[in-house]
Design a protein around this ligand. Structure first.
Ligand code: FAD
Length: 387
């Protein structure tokens, strides 16, 4: 089979690339190769669904500035044959809380977010207490609240992009890439488990946590590793006032969900690998102490479900690697390594990838600094004070 753009991986990222490519250039031939159309272990349906502008790097803030309003209009934009693509977007805000030692970093980030036009509100501990009376603020130095952020249903985002891309003429092939062929400077084809071969002008690696496997098929290595992370569902024994998506510097991250809450405490100490085992003690040992410390209503909380999922963790600097150039390959584009914030940036990155391939450069957001070159330069581009 021959196609113009072969996208490997049909999760939120791959589906977004297909949608934007077909939107920017309706005549372009796009083929998405996804080995599991049920997405059983894919990261997208296992994500928490948080979308926020609270970053320190201008690129990540701008990706959110583009993506979050896009999500707000997603149902209409992605409607197919008049049926809206609902994603349950809840504009209930985000809240970063920090101890006194991190106030300066928070202040710097707050200033950057303001420069980029984000609606952010600085809260001193007494203001935080007035807004969220149940919260223990005794050990906190400050907080930043972003009322226009929130959360949504990740699986619906994926299906919305996928259905719309298909309606625009993108082809989704249910097959697995098992080998790749290349010359020194370009990829020639992807070989599928069925025996079929896909040749293309451009190849996009959008397999997320499995990114390094495709690179290994091309005989080179990337520092993107699968990192297990749990999403827990738990309830409080007594009611708490309505909360935004709350994050602290110990990596506690949770939000209201139904009658209870959804969230967890991701850790970089986790061994890398394709591990979907559930550690039944993790909530009690690592999540509950932080919850109970922050809200007395969680002192006797119980976790009723724990879902494992994989981050595509970029161990170089915790940010996406986007674009061509890896191992000298000009038509092979990485779009992985999101390290926990890929879903919220699927629209911005999907669009950026389509622009890069179809117009030869970024038109909406300049993501050059997120390219492969920074790895060659040893120039890590890390978020500061943001997890
Ligand atoms: C617990 C948890 C919570 C998270 N919370 C958030 C959050 O709140 N906000 C946020 O923005 N992000 C969050 N994330 C991160 C987010 O889920 C990811 O960044 C995003 O979903 C990545 O999308 P993707 O399409 O790259 O990956 P995936 O959804 O994993 O899609 C990759 C696809 O590639 C396919 N594939 C793999 N290998 C091959 C092959 N050889 N051939 C063909 N197909 C292949 C897989 O089957 C898979 O469907 C969270 C992640 C986890 C695990």
């Amino acid at each position: 089979m021959r196609t113009d753009i072969a996208v490997i991986g049909g999760g939120a990222i791959g589906a977004a690339v297909a949608y934007y490519a077909k939107t920017l250039e309706p005549d372009v031939d796009v083929t998405v190769i996804e080995r599991d159309p049920t997405y059983e272990v894919a990261s997208t349906p296992r994500a928490s669904g948080g979308v926020r502008r609270l970053f320190s790097l201008p690129e990540n803030i701008e990706l959110s500035n583009y993506s979050i309003p896009f999500f707000e209009n997603f149902a209409e934009t992605m409607a197919v044959d008049g049926t809206p693509a609902e994603i349950g977007f809840k504009k209930n805000g985000y809240l970063f809380i920090v101890p006194p030692s991190d106030v300066d970093t928070l202040k710097t980030n707050f200033a950057t977010q303001q420069v980029h036009g984000c609606r952010v509100v600085w809260l001193e501990p007494d203001e935080l207490k007035a807004k969220f009376p149940s919260m223990n603020v005794a050990d906190l130095g400050a907080a930043v609240h972003s009322p226009d952020d929130g959360w949504l249903d990740p699986h619906s985002v994926l299906i919305g992009f996928r259905n719309k891309a298909i309606s625009l003429g993108a082809r989704f092939v249910a097959d697995e890439v098992v080998a790749m062929t290349r010359t020194e400077h370009s990829v020639i084809s992807a070989v599928l488990a069925s025996g079929q071969t896909v040749s293309a002008d451009h190849f996009v690696n959008a397999v997320g946590a499995w990114a390094k496997d495709i690179c290994a098929m091309l005989d080179f290595d990337v520092p993107i590793e699968p990192l297990r992370r749990f999403e827990h569902y738990f309830e409080s024994q007594d009611p708490i006032e309505p909360l935004p998506y709350l994050k602290d510097t110990q990596r506690l991250a949770f939000r209201p969900e139904g009658q209870g809450y959804s969230g967890g405490v991701p850790t970089l100490d986790e061994p890398r690998g394709y591990n979907f085992a559930v550690d039944r003690n993790y909530f009690e040992n690592s999540v509950w102490p932080l919850l109970a410390h922050r809200f007395p209503q969680f002192e006797r909380t119980k976790c009723t479900s724990t879902m494992p999922g994989l981050y595509d963790q970029n161990d170089f600097d915790g940010n996406v690697i986007i674009g061509p150039g890896a191992d000298g390959l000009g038509n092979y584009h990485l779009l992985s390594g999101f390290s926990g914030h890929g879903l919220m940036h699927a629209p911005g990155c999907g669009r950026a990838m389509a622009e890069l391939i179809l117009t030869g450069g970024y038109r909406t957001i300049d993501l050059t600094r997120f390219g492969w070159q920074r790895l060659l330069d040893g120039a890590a581009l890390r978020e500061q004070g943001i997890i």
